[in-house]
Design a protein around this ligand. Structure first.
Ligand SMILES: [Zn+2]
Length: 169
């Protein structure tokens, strides 16, 4: 029996979220199937309908391709290699705090995108911070989609909460 390691942060992976829960389930099924059959991430067409049902299989396969999790190859589909490696998932969901120039450049790009305006209260012309919407220590990443511009007081008040938790307070 083969064993597959799937990172606990998988449910927060942007591609998994984009694919939707049903396709995400099929992705996991596909990883398990391919590991058991030792196909190196290849899933033949016949197996796809077995993974879900014949009605939903093709639509879910399409969703997985749209999300960049599968690609079509001759005779079936291939799970993207980096997605069969749990370290790749880990890297994307448990990012380290960036330091130095990499962080300064990323922060500048986020400020520019957000027009140098706090995205929580609309303040501008004040000292700005680059905020992790989902904090790094709670599984957030350094992807620009997880970064936003926050003024000092919003950033301090939000602290270690996710943006949605903070907005409910
Ligand atoms: Zn603010």
């Amino acid at each position: 029996m083969a064993v597959v390691r799937i990172d606990t942060g998988l449910f927060q992976h942007p591609a998994i979220i984009a694919a939707g829960p049903k396709a995400a389930r099929m992705w996991v099924w596909g990883v398990l199937w391919s590991a058991r059959e030792r196909t190196g991430g290849f899933i033949p067409h016949a197996a796809v309908s077995a993974l879900d049902d014949e009605e939903n299989g093709p639509a879910l396969a399409h969703a997985l391709m749209q999300a960049g999790l599968w690609r079509e190859v001759e005779g079936g589909f291939q799970i993207h290699q980096d997605m069969t490696d749990p370290r790749a998932i880990q890297w994307r969901t448990h990012s380290e705090r960036l330091s130095g120039k990499a962080w300064r450049d990323l922060r500048e790009a986020v400020f520019t995108r957000d027009g140098y305006t706090c995205q929580y209260c609309g303040a501008s012309g004040v000292p700005l911070h680059c905020d992790h919407i989902i904090p790094l220590n709670r599984g957030g990443s350094n992807d620009p989609t997880n970064l936003t511009t926050a003024c000092e007081s919003c950033n301090m008040r939000k602290h270690n909460k996710r943006a949605d938790e903070w907005e409910q307070m």
